[in-house]
Design a protein around this ligand. Sequence first.
Ligand code: BGC
Length: 749
Amino acid sequence: MKKIHFYIALTILSITFIGWNNLNVDTLEPKNDDLIEKKIDSLLAIMTIEEKIGQTVIYSSVEDVTGPILDKNYTTYLKNGQMGAIFNATGSAFTRKLQKIAVEETRLGIPLIFGYDVIHGYKTIFPIPMGEASSWDLELMEKTARIAAKEASAEGLHWTFAPMVDISRDPRWGRIAEGAGEDTYLGSLIAKARVKGFQGDDLSNKHTVLACAKHYAAYGAAQAGRDYHTVDISLNTLRETYLPPFKAAVDADVATFMTSFNELNGVPATGNEFLLKDILRDEWNFSGFVVTDYTSINEMVLHGYAENLQHAGELAMNAGVDMDMQGGVFKNHLKTAIDEGKVEISRLDEAVRDVLRLKFKLGLFDDPYKYCNEAEEANIILHKDHLETARDAARKSIVLLKNDNNILPLNNSKKVALIGPLADDQFHIIGNWAAKGDRDGTAVSVKEGFEAQNKSFKFAKGCEIEGGDTKSFKEAIAVAKASDVVVMVMGESERMSGEAASRSNLKLPGLQQQLISEIKKIGKPIVLVLYNGRPLNLSYENETVDAIVEAWFPGTSGGHAVTDVLYGDYNPSGKLTVTFPRNVGQVPIYYNMKNTGRPEDAEGAHSRYVSKYIDVENSPLFPFGYGLSYTSFSYGKPVLSNQTLSNNQPITVKTTITNTGDRNGEEIVQLYIKDRFGSVTRPTKELKNFKKITLKKGESQTVEFIISAENLKFYNNNLEFKNEPGDYDLFVAGSSNHEFTNSFTLINN
Ligand code: BGC
């Protein structure tokens, strides 16, 4: 077949379509939306069905894999114009090579989109998302996403499969590490910040990438915390808890969505018209494209929702999926489905239009190689400013869970025994889903952090993360004996969280607890620093050690950040965005649970017949919103501008916070409200606002929050989002665990 170069074809057809008179140079800007649609019309008019289907297909390269590779022939499909996008292909040189095939060797020369999981940094790795969320610092999260986009786009990438905005309340689920935690309000703000960070204001800016809100929807509610498992929740819970972060991403103009692996109330998300059409398109007016998660179309057969692959493809396309990731179902079966009248060609055209629109917006039709620039790549990757931000992000993400007798911060004169399988680690420290982060050399371990700051310490590994034996205990015990204080860096391996990494046991793995108990016998104070991708069961550690520093997986500059915190060069300010249970039996446990008719503390109830366990109390070990500082803060009673609130008259609540300790510090001031009763029962409390403030020692600041009737809306039994007149309680505090201190009434007006 005679090869028609795309640019020539497009120019001719655009001219034919819009006419010479309208061909004004200004309107050729890719930002001109009408012109883009006209160009797409022209393009669609010359595309064969096969070429159209090609735009709905994405395959992984085999150079880097993030799931099972069913089909390795991606270069053949690329040459045949059977692929519109590719993932797991990175680097200026490699992406340029593949783009050249798409542009020069296919009939229409339509450029490819290059996608990748840039979850918490690209080469400079920031703390895992759940860790970074503990900073409650939206500007910081926008900034780290921007840096990730800058580094990724310098390596030829246009699209990240992030942010993951799944709310999860189940620490057994390994993917809790990738999200923002258990709270919908906070999670929605973080979703927005991350989308803005990745995408910036202009998709054609070569330092931004398309973001992808995933995994749509309710993936974090997998039964028993087992990955990919069934989700069966009420529509109220779906709307109120799981969907708002996705809506927030749409409001922030997120370019793409990814469907989730799970079924939702009997219908797999990838074939779910209610989610993909009714809500996403019709209610939220999403105008980007929807990609499936890895082979999730194919999986609809195993879910028992599709008879065979062709049927699965029909269900997905008809439900509103625009791009098939890795499964080859659209490539192999969509044409037959269209020929048989099972899928309308107009639906395929819609999908192709959505994909092409973003290619225009990225500026790929102007310059398909604009993101492949080796010189820029070398300048941008691991830039020293990025590493500095990584250190700052890691410090701000650290949560001080315990600090008995102010054992921390450490005094420089103390001799430290640095012990534990993660103390000298550069591999696990960057966590799971760490894109192109180096696992051997770039990241700074705690040991290196200590060395860089000339701390007086001796190191002994003591044990492995998992398994192993006790033979290295001896050396660790000797080192501990010769010290003034022991710092143990322990936790999970990076593989123990992330995808397909659910755990049924939330304790420290291997012999780590045993090593703690041996060191404890020596009688020296113990500081435990933790790397982990989920809330762990720290009941034993909490009883045994003197201080606990939750560092998550802190990323490339993690060792510096941990050192800064341990020695007080940074005063910790992070607060948990997930609840830490006392044991795995309490799971799911989260701060905004319902009260039940027989709460544990119900007045007059027979103590046996209340909603509790007989072997553990109901309260968590560490609640949502909790985190200590090296200073202390006192909160004044919240003062309301009015005791009544109406639909058009908001009120303000003011609270004065004082730094009562002897160090400067930051505090995350949180406002919680409780609706006393409703036509649908309401949670015992809900986070409604927060502010991070900096207070010098002795300083006070009055923080003001506005409470409007809008903040009090919820989904009633008719799934209407409304508020209801009545009494509400509130408190302002540094944790979700607090008594109510004031109240107000919402009146009908
Ligand atoms: C994961 C996604 C990821 C995709 C591509 C899947 O297995 O669930 O989160 O974006 O792979 O790597």
